[in-house]
Design a protein around this ligand. Structure first.
Ligand code: DX5
Ligand code: ZN
Length: 216
């Protein structure tokens, strides 16, 4: 029921394939890929070439988190590269409904992301169209930041909205997730937990994943 999505942002990029296999063996459910453009967030990371390169390494779904301006321009490229889920920020999409449908037209599951300061009402009218809602529990841009507890009531509100649809929609959280904050997020209604530093900074990734899932 609870899925763990290690963020490769905190992995050793010189050995990215090995780092992905390591968390797959450790029980990961998704591989979370953080795409940053230096405009929407103050950092630059991964493009479609890297997604294409890691696609044959794992059978796990690639959960691609686009922290970029004008995401419509790159959605087809990430879909072709092998993404299984593509999420766009509500704050980056002037025509959010169009972006969500562009993702689906490319044969990929569609997610919408909210920054900590963006209210849940921003996605009320798109909830029926998405497969995943991602709530940022840090301001996006970097791994290793502290969890923002004020997001917890938003998780519960999104879970209520999802229940009203009667559809299976993932409620994912991202940022500052560790065994303690993971428990709070699960209690609030999240079922997918992204974790970067808490998994990749641990020498035993399987143990870190189990601790976040709450099974050790
Ligand atoms: C933040 C990214 C996160 C990040 C999480 O901008 O979207 O996915 O890698 O890292 P931790 O778990 O270290 O906060
Ligand atoms: Zn992310």
């Amino acid at each position: 029921m609870i899925k763990i999505a290690p963020s490769i942002l905190s992995a050793d990029f010189a050995q990215l394939g090995k780092e992905i296999i390591d968390v797959e063996k450790g029980g990961a459910d998704y591989i979370h890929v953080d795409v940053m453009d230096g405009h929407f967030v103050p950092n630059m990371t991964i493009g479609p070439l890297i997604v294409e390169a890691i696609r044959p390494v794992t059978e796990l779904p690639l959960d691609v988190h686009l922290m970029i301006e004008n995401p419509d321009q790159f959605i087809p490229d990430f879909a072709k590269a092998g993404a299984n889920i593509i999420s766009v920020h509500a704050e980056a999409c002037t025509h959010l409904h169009r972006s969500i449908h562009l993702i689906k037209e490319n044969g990929v599951k569609a997610g919408v992301v909210l920054n900590p300061a963006t209210p849940v009402s921003a996605i009320q009218h798109i909830i029926h169209d998405v497969d995943l809602v991602l709530l940022m529990t840090v301001n996006p841009g970097f791994g290793g930041q502290a969890f923002i507890p004020a997001v917890l009531p938003k998780i519960t509100r999104v879970r209520e909205l999802v229940s009203e649809t009667g559809r299976e929609i993932d409620v994912e959280v991202d940022g500052g997730v560790n065994p303690v904050t993971a428990k709070q997020c699960i209690e609030a209604g999240a079922n997918v937990l992204v974790a970067g530093s808490a998994i990749y900074n641990s020498p035993d990734r399987g143990n870190a994943i189990a601790s976040i899932r709450g099974t050790v």
